[in-house]
Ligand binder design. Structure first.
Ligand SMILES: Cc1ncc(COP(=O)(O)O)c(C=O)c1O
Length: 326
């Protein structure tokens, strides 16, 4: 809804033909969060509302897909193939983007074909994505060149977007978030899964200020190395002005606790901004906790990235019957 007038495929690709840097969805809004507790702590907090970019291709999904779509089109490839679980935000967004920009889309889904499709898979099918199911053992080998080759034999040529959408072009897309922020700031925060979005922020910061990632997964010792590797690949520099906080994963990926759900409900009530429990809820919970515990010096200005993920909310609620967010 938000930037719908900019969404035609011809606008998208003609824009790109002229300038790689133009974002066809326009900069997402930067919203100041007003709260007495922030005033008391001497902190200014802004939210970069990437959740408003598009109802179906929102947040970091759009940032990550953008240059990949362009690359596929540039190379004359008309089929996108990607991987994901039955509740994957990435599958959801790729299906929507493929439809919008006129690609054929293939989704390779982890696990056996379910008798009842998850809301995410139903949505993907409604957008014309062709779904294939891969048993968990084969799925673990999905990136193996022989496996990809046999998929090419079955399906024909395709542009491969990795699971979660993270690759160097995704990092370039996420780096543009920094260019859009037109106020001075000290910190930028994001939720972390694969580390692609954080790597993009690090690339965009070019060694200035600090990026803080909040991991949604339990201690992943390879994650920091991955952020270094991706940001270095894209920029040619070894930037170390970032950290990843592993204190707020609430037990691991897609695990929730009552205090997290209470926080998300309260956030919606106070600020009228919806979060979800897998990524953004954990990041904002962690950030608020750090502010309350004086982990930022007075006078700091923080930008927190709302990476979206709300399109997966109905899928998540389906996964946890009885969980209510509002
Ligand atoms: C809403 C949301 N926020 C944050 C992330 C984490 O992003 P990344 O995998 O780039 O670390 C994801 C996962 O892709 C996500 O869906």
């Amino acid at each position: 809804m938000y930037y719908d007038n900019a969404l035609t495929p011809s606008f998208f690709f003609s824009t790109f033909a002229h300038s790689k840097m133009l974002n066809p969805f326009n900069p997402s809004p930067l919203q100041k969060l007003e709260d007495d507790f922030l005033v008391e702590k001497g902190i200014e907090l802004y939210i970069k509302r990437d959740d408003l970019i598009h109802p179906e291709i929102q947040g970091n999904k759009w940032r990550k897909l953008k240059y990949n779509l362009f690359e596929a089109r540039l190379n004359g490839i008309h089929t996108l193939l990607t991987f994901g679980g039955p509740y994957s935000n990435h599958i959801y967004a790729t299906a929507a983007a493929a439809k919008l920009f006129h690609f054929r889309a293939i989704g390779i889904i982890r696990g056996e074909e379910p008798t009842v499709l998850s809301p995410t898979l139903k949505f993907a099918e409604s957008k014309g994505m062709e779904l294939y199911y891969m048993d968990r053992e084969s799925y673990r080998q999905k990136d193996d060149p022989t496996n990809l080759e046999s998929l090419r034999v079955q399906i024909g040529d395709f542009y491969l977007i990795p699971e979660g959408g993270t690759n160097p072009l995704a990092v370039e897309g996420a780096a543009e978030i920094i260019e859009e922020i037109d106020i001075p700031f000290d910190y930028i925060c994001t939720a972390v899964g694969t580390g692609g979005t954080l790597a993009g922020l690090v690339a965009g910061l070019k060694g200035e200020k600090q990026a803080i990632g909040f991991s949604s997964l339990k201690g992943e010792d390879t994650l920091t190395a991955k952020v270094f590797e991706l940001s270095e690949f894209v920029t040619g520099f070894h930037y170390n002005n970032f950290s990843i906080n592993f204190d707020y994963h609430f037990g691991g990926y897609a695990k929730v606790k009552p205090e997290l759900i209470a926080f998300i409900k309260d956030f919606k009530l106070k600020y009228n901004i919806q979060l979800e429990p897998v990524y953004t809820g954990k990041m904002f919970y962690g950030l608020f906790d750090m502010i309350k515990n004086d982990r930022f010096t007075r006078g700091s200005r923080i930008v927190a990235l709302h990476t979206g993920g709300l399109q997966g909310l109905s899928g998540f609620m389906d996964y946890f019957p009885g969980l209510e967010l509002s």
